[in-house]
Structures are given as C-alpha cells and as structure tokens.
Design a protein around this ligand. Structure first.
Ligand code: ZN
Length: 676
C-alpha cells in the first residue's frame, strides 16, 4: 500500500510539472485552471496524509506559506546595478567605440553583442544551491533587496529544483539566475477587471501590477496573480564554466527556466541597430510590454575587463524605444456599466495612429481622474501607450481650447436605467444599484456563462445582447428556459448553432457548486472565493442562509466578502432568480463530498451500484466513483470489479456471488473511498 501511495504522489507531481510546462513554457495548456487546481488539491491532500513523502521541490510548496509581516532584507553577492540608457543609433555607435577604446580593440574590428528585448517588469534574482531554489530577492537599491522567496515560489515557471534536460550538464554548486518578473497583457486585463468588480483602484500598467503582486505579504494572493518570468543573466556562480553570455542563456534554458525567444547574437553594432529598429516597429505583436532593447557584449572575459562604474556595468547598454504618443480630440465621453453596476468613463477619440494601431477609445479610469485632469469634450489631448495596453489620456492641451469645450459632469443617474447612482464607502467608483438594470444584466449573463463559471460555450456577448433586447432573457436564470425555436429566429443563429447552444446549456446544469457560486456574480466573490465557500457549504441553500458571523469565521473570508454575500442572498430579486435556476434543473449542491482525489483503490476499477444506500443516492455514489477515477457499469458481469450494495439489492447480488465479484456494503464502500 505505502509504496503505491508514494508512486501516486510522484506521478501527480510529474503530471503537475508537465502541465506547468504546457502552460508557461509552451504557452499551450491542455487542461483548464480549474482542473489544474484540482490536481494541486489532490496532491496536497495526499501529502497531508503522508507527510513522510513531502519534498522541498513539490509543486505544493509553491503555495500555502503563511503571510509575512515584512520582508527580510538580502544583500546581493554581486550588486544588481542599473543599465545606462541610449535613445538613438548614434548613441549605440558611441557605446561600441567607447568599448573598443577601453578594451584596446582596433576600431575597425567587430564586437559580438547579444541583443534582448527589455521586458517592462521587475528585476529579481534567484539563488540556487546544489540545484535547489534557496531564495529569491528583488533588486532593491542594487545592493540590498527584499527577500520575496515565498512569492517567487508561487510562479510556476520558476524551477524549485534545477534539472538539466541533457546529461552532460552538471548541477552547479551555486547558480544565481537573474530575470524579469512580468504580467502578460491578458493577465493584467483580467486582474484589472477583478479590481473593477471589487470596486478597487486598478493598476495603471502591467509593470505596476507585477511589482505590486510581488510585494504582497500574503503569497496565496500572489499565487493568483499568475506572474511570469524571463530569465536573462547568470549572476554569481560556482562549479560551472561559462565563457559567453549566450552560453549563460543556454545553461538557463537547459535548466528549464524560460528565456525570451527573441534573442539575437549580432556580429557587430550595425546588426544590433537593425535588430533594435526591427523591434521598435514590432513591439505591438507581443503579449507583454517591452520598453526597449538590451545590448550586451557576448564575451564574459570582456565583462571582467571593462568592469562597472558606480552606477552601471560598462559592457551593457539599453536602447529605449520612443514613447508612443499622439495628439487627438475627445469627441465624446461615454459611461460604461459593469456587471456589479460600476460606472466607468470612456473617451471616444478622433481616430489616430498610435504604435501601429488605430486608436479611437481611451479609458478615463474613473470620474475623479476626469476632473483632476480637467478633461472636457472637444479637448485636444495627448494620448499615450507607454507600458499601457489601453491608451491613456496623458494631459489636455489647454492652449488649444476655443471655448466650446464642455466640462464633463459625473452622472447622478444610470445612463441605462435612469436609477440614481451613488458612491460606496471609500470607493472611487460610482455604482448603479438597480438589480433590474439592463446594462448590468447583460454583463452578469456574460459572466455567468464564462469558462470559470457555468462554461456555456457559444453564449457570447453578441448573442446575449440580442437575447436581452428581444426579451427572451431578463436575467441569467432565463437561460434555462430558452427553446430551440427562440434561438433559430436570432441573427447569425443557424440550426446547428442553436442545437449546440441548447446542448451546452443543458450540460451546464450539472456544474459543481463552486462554479455556480462563482457564476452568480456576487460582488467580491470570484472563482477562488467561490471554491472556499463551496468547501464550507454543501448546498446553495446552506450558503444562502449563512450569517455574516458564520461567513467571517471562515478562513480567507473577510468582512467585505461576508457582507456582500449576505446582501446578495437577502435581495428579493436574487431569491426569485435562484428559485428559477432550481426549477430549471440547475444543480445547487456539491457533487462530491469527498476530496476529489483519484483514489488508488477506485481508479481504473469497474463498479455496479445496487439497492438503497443510506448516505448517498445512487446517483451520488456513482458520481463519487467516477470522480475518483472508477467506471460505472449498469449490470454485473465478469468485468465487474465491485458491486456496491445497499438495502434490497435484488438479483444483482446473486449474480455477483455467482461470478465471484467483490461485494461491498455501504461501510466497506465508505472506507474504500475515504482514500486512507
Ligand atoms: Zn442602471
């Protein structure tokens, strides 16, 4: 039994590492985040039962460390100096000549450079001893940084243990790897959407978001931010021979840490300049922000020889891209309404070319921002995309005003439903509190159908728009009353897509409780909090009748979430909607009460359930078996491994006895699935 558990744990760890690679390194995940989290939970569960098999490099060590009160300080073995900037081709040529002079290299000879994208993130260092990740720190002032080891461990791309892909590489005694932590644009957008829903101020750009996430004292929150890393240099090392910077990057790649693919070895400065120009034009293609290029001498012996000034190394320079700005005019300011009623001002601009794309909208963040910058309709403004994905209005060209510009007044009524709007305590956002507001309803239905929630494929924004406008759907519970005949009448809905949608809706009725809780769109309750709540309450009814105190008593649930949850379920409209969901056949209980571990005894085995069990309905027992990796058969045959019998089993029991099939009573069954 014991070796089997050990094997099982090892297998799970390898599976998780495989999916980490698919997700981060190959950018091609095979499973959903939800399924991934289940694997992690399963591993945690097994490790808790068998602490003797815990290892420091287990994927579970990435999360679950306790919050800190402050970060300890770490002194850098080799200072993390800043890099000098250049802004033109001429300056790059000067750099090349300066180096040749200092190193005594003939002006006509070429120096090899490695040119890399300058990722706009946060510089960090990772310290590996005998291949194990010992600690990681921020750059700080260059000499001392913050020890953010626990937070760095949550980044799935950072190997907790260095493992060479090829045998010829040995693990160095010490290896310090330096890199840039960043947030991909899509994660940044997701994070800001969550912030908006929670009524919190949004991050201005992905760099701020990455820096903020890395400096959180609670690593469990950092884990949810999905930070990424590109490693770009080796710092201190011992027990390995390195001659070139390219060799360093090869070594890092060999050990499984991600190195940016757009790196080029250039044979001279002319090559360098061409490559920098190329990326100045192409930077918009990337899913992360870059603010320039970094040019490094390839030969490490030259690094030694040139050394550093008090501020920066002499063998490296950065080439900064020009900030992308343009002048345009504000045509109008519109107000968008989010799923929880948040009002956001957005500027419609006279279309202008910026960073290779035509820009016609800019976010104004919130109404305070509009009045602070004194942005008026008709104003000429500077818009910019520097580190931001969505263009921003930097400032108003007040000298261009002709007197017809109209100051923008924050709305006091919802532009959609005309209900009075108000500002919640300490919030920067205005909110429409009308539960019947159509604009919010559309957003809520969209949210209900997304992948992390009820995952209804084909139910996208355009279709929801039509369904609501035509009166087929008022709130998300109406989805479960849609008929094929309604759908085929809609634009762009053929017979096939209507059938598929009906099927997807039907299928979504069987989602687990946490998905449903998430889908309801309770303010401040995202997919993680939904899981926490589902863990504690077996049914939606139990959650709905929970008190503020009860909710606050749950680990990870604070007063804000508790309050919005209670308010949500007390709302009369909510109660009607939930009744409709139930009547429409939507599952409102936890599908399995046990942890979803693929139980060794159950996995791969075949089961028949018969008779009346006391603790489970037949369906529950079968779902449980399936979730643990077992298969359900309808009748007993030679292929049956186990027959689970309740009261009044009937003929199946006789058949099982005849064929020598193992028979389990309810107690045996309970013991088997308890995974101990
Ligand atoms: Zn409204």
């Amino acid at each position: 039994m014991t070796p089997a558990i050990k094997e099982k744990i090892e297998h799970l760890r390898n599976t998780i590492r495989y999916h980490d690679r698919r997700y981060y390194v190959e950018n091609n995940p095979e499973i959903t985040d939800y399924e991934y989290d289940k694997l992690i939970k399963e591993l945690e569960h097994l490790e808790k039962l068998h602490p003797e098999y815990t290892t420091p490099d287990s994927p579970t060590k990435r999360v679950g460390e306790e919050p800190l009160t402050q970060f300890p300080t770490v002194e850098h073995r080799i200072p993390m100096l800043s890099i000098d900037n250049t802004y033109s081709d001429a300056e790059l040529r000067e750099f090349d000549q300066r180096i040749k002079r200092m190193a005594g290299i003939d002006a006509g000879r070429d120096i090899e450079y490695v040119v890399e994208l300058k990722i706009d993130g946060v510089a960090i260092t990772l310290w590996y001893e005998d291949g194990l990740f010992a600690r990681g720190a921020t750059r700080g002032d260059g000499f001392k940084g913050d020890d953010v080891t626990a937070n760095l461990k949550t980044i799935r791309q950072i190997s907790l243990k260095l493992e060479p892909a090829h045998k010829k590489y040995k693990i160095p005694r010490v290896l310090e790897i330096r890199g840039e932590i960043y947030l991909p644009n899509k994660e940044f957008q997701r994070l800001n959407e969550e912030k908006e829903e929670a009524g919190e101020p949004q991050f201005a750009n992905p760099r701020n978001a990455a820096a903020g996430s890395l400096k959180l004292l609670d690593p469990r929150i950092t884990a949810r931010r999905r930070l990424h890393i590109f490693a770009y240099a080796v710092g201190f090392y011992e027990g390995v021979q390195l001659k070139t910077h390219m060799g360093c990057l090869e070594l890092i790649k060999e050990f499984g840490l991600p190195v940016n693919p757009n790196i080029r070895l250039c044979k001279n400065i002319g090559d360098v300049i061409r490559y920098c120009d190329e990326w100045d034009k192409r930077r918009g293609e990337l899913d992360y922000m870059v603010d320039g290029m970094v040019v490094k001498i390839n030969t490490l012996a030259l690094h030694e020889q040139l050394g550093a000034t008090s501020k920066s190394p002499r063998w490296v320079i950065s080439y900064k891209f020009h900030p992308e700005q343009a002048v345009t005019k504000i045509e109008e300011i519109v107000v968008q309404i989010g799923k929880t009623g948040t009002l956001t001002p957005v500027a419609n601009l006279t279309p202008v070319l910026l960073a290779g794309t035509t820009v016609s909208r800019a976010t104004l963040h919130n109404f305070d921002e509009v009045s602070k910058k004194d942005i008026r309709v008709g104003d000429h403004v500077i818009v910019q995309k520097a580190g931001e994905i969505i263009p921003q209005v930097v400032y108003v060209l007040k000298e261009k005003r002709i007197g017809t510009e109209k100051p923008f007044v924050a709305p006091t009524f919802c532009p959609q439903c005309k209900e009075k709007v108000s500002r919640d305590n300490e919030e920067v956002y205005l909110r429409c509190h009308n539960p019947l507001c159509i604009a919010q309803a559309k957003r809520r239905i969209q949210y209900f159908a997304i992948r992390d929630a009820m995952d209804i494929e084909g139910l996208g924004p355009a279709l929801i728009e039509q369904l609501v406008d035509k009166g087929f759907v008022k709130d998300y519970s109406d989805i479960y009353y849609l008929k094929y005949e309604d759908l085929v009448t809609l634009e762009r809905m053929g017979e096939k897509s209507s059938q598929n949608l009906i099927h997807a809706i039907e299928e979504s009725k069987h989602r687990d409780l946490d998905r449903l809780i998430c889908a309801l769109g309770i303010m401040n309750v995202g997919s993680h909090t939904a899981e926490v709540l589902a863990e504690r309450f077996d049914t939606l009814d139990k959650l709905a009748s929970a008190t503020q105190e009860e909710l606050e008593g749950i680990y990870e649930i604070g007063p804000v979430v508790a309050k919005s949850t209670v308010e949500f379920f007390q709302n009369k409209h909510t109660q009607v909607i939930i009744k409709k969901l139930k009547a429409g056949g939507v599952n409102t209980s936890k599908l399995v009460t046990q942890i979803l571990a693929k139980n060794l005894k159950v996995s791969g085995k075949t089961f028949v359930v018969t008779g009346t069990l006391q603790k489970y309905s037949r369906k529950e027992a079968e779902t449980l078996i399936k979730s643990l990796g077992g298969r359900i058969l309808s009748s007993v045959s030679k292929k049956t491994d186990y027959l689970v019998v309740g009261e009044d089993p009937g003929s199946k029991l006789d058949k099982a006895k005849e064929l020598n099939v193992h028979v389990l009573d309810e107690n045996d069954f309970k013991e088997m699935i308890s995974c101990k």
